[in-house]
Design a protein around this ligand. Structure first.
Ligand SMILES: NC(=O)c1ccc[n+]([C@@H]2O[C@H](COP(=O)([O-])OP(=O)(O)OC[C@H]3O[C@@H](n4cnc5c(N)ncnc54)[C@H](O)[C@@H]3O)[C@@H](O)[C@H]2O)c1
Length: 249
């Protein structure tokens, strides 16, 4: 038996792949975002995420590896996202606030206290600071569950595991988790090639234990949180605000 002839559906001509321009003219009303540490592992992911967001425009990439400094990008930005190094994040943030530019900080391993008294000078726009030791929703939930569990279990320890290029130990996430938990919580740090960002909170009590584990397998896991902070930083009622949970719950 011969098959009925199939109707041929015309195939639409393929649109050429859209290659995002590295820096675009801001669409009117778009938030202008510059990335500090733009050549780094996290910075590159943030650049791509900002370029992929319809309501944001990438206006600058600051990184000594690109031959550009923060000063080069400040004038054109409403918000700076900082994923640099523990020894440069504070200075970068203070310079953003002085210039009246909001700053979202993902860099870990530096003292945030001086940011509590940072204000834009008279005549400049007020600028807010948002800091999160971890922008992944699963990490925020892990910290929340660990804080809750520590109220009911006798003891706890944290094991945090990261790639071997990470400069600070313990990680900002582990330090923040311990701060949110009851009691003295020791932290163990593992640095190995192949890892991204992982943490186990192990709680023990008589004849039982509970392990809460979180894994970031790719840097994209942090991007929804980073973009949320970029969109919300201008509306913060206080500054600095620490922790993605402050925007989520
Ligand atoms: N908050 C989070 O969710 C989260 C997630 C992952 C990593 N981190 C943190 O982000 C930071 C960056 O991590 P990474 O893996 O991308 O590091 P990386 O070493 O790959 O990148 C850092 C980049 O910053 C650049 N840099 C150094 N000084 C600078 C300055 N003054 N101005 C502009 N750029 C400068 C470096 O040249 C480099 O390209 C670390 O502190 C890390 O712990 C935070």
């Amino acid at each position: 038996m011969s098959r009925p002839a199939r109707e041929r559906v015309p195939v639409p001509a393929r649109e050429p792949a859209r290659v995002p321009a590295p820096e675009r003219e801001p669409a009117s009303g778009n938030l202008r975002v510059a990335v500090a540490g733009a050549a780094g592992r996290m910075g590159q992911a943030v650049v791509a995420a900002v370029q992929g967001a319809e309501d944001l425009t990438l206006t600058g990439r600051a990184d000594p590896a690109l031959g550009t400094s923060l000063a080069d990008v400040l004038d054109d930005a409403d918000v700076v996202v900082d994923f640099t190094r523990p020894d440069s994040a504070l200075d970068n943030a203070l310079r953003c606030v002085e210039a009246g530019v909001h700053v979202v900080i993902g860099t870990t391993g530096f003292d945030v206290e001086p940011l509590r008294s940072a204000h834009a000078p008279a005549g400049h726009k007020r600028a807010n600071v948002f800091i999160a030791p971890n922008f992944a929703i699963s990490a925020v939930l892990m910290m929340r569950f660990a804080a809750e569990a520590s109220q009911h279990m006798a003891g706890a320890e944290i094991v945090e595991l990261h790639h071997d290029g990470k400069l600070d130990a313990p990680s900002g996430t582990a330090a923040r988790t311990a701060q949110l938990m009851q009691g003295d919580v020791p932290i163990h740090s593992v640095r190995l090639p192949g890892l991204v960002a992982h943490q186990e909170v192990i709680l023990g009590d008589v004849g039982q234990s509970l392990t809460i584990r979180q894994d970031s397998y790719a840097r994209e896991s942090f991007m929804p949180g980073v973009l949320l902070a970029v969109r919300r930083v201008a509306q913060l009622e206080e500054s600095p605000v620490v922790g993605l949970e402050r925007l989520l719950f």
